[in-house]
Ligand binder design. Structure first.
Ligand code: ZN
Length: 63
């Protein structure tokens, strides 16, 4: 059976929101967790949680 493949898959990136502990499509990286060994883990928060907790996207805070 041949199924026609869409030429372009919809790019929907789901990330894990650390605040409400669930997946979100509106997640943005807001920081990183320091880990004892290895590189830090990126932390994402969804739009509602960013609003509720006054979180700023990592890219806007500057490095
Ligand atoms: Zn959230």
């Amino acid at each position: 059976m041949y199924e026609e493949q869409p030429s372009r898959l919809p790019v929907q990136t789901f990330t894990w929101c650390q605040w409400h502990e669930g997946y979100t499509a509106t997640g943005l990286m807001v920081g990183a967790i320091e880990q004892g060994s290895g590189p830090g883990m990126s932390v994402y928060a969804c739009a509602p949680c960013r609003q509720e907790h006054d979180l700023r996207p990592w890219s806007e805070t500057g490095l």
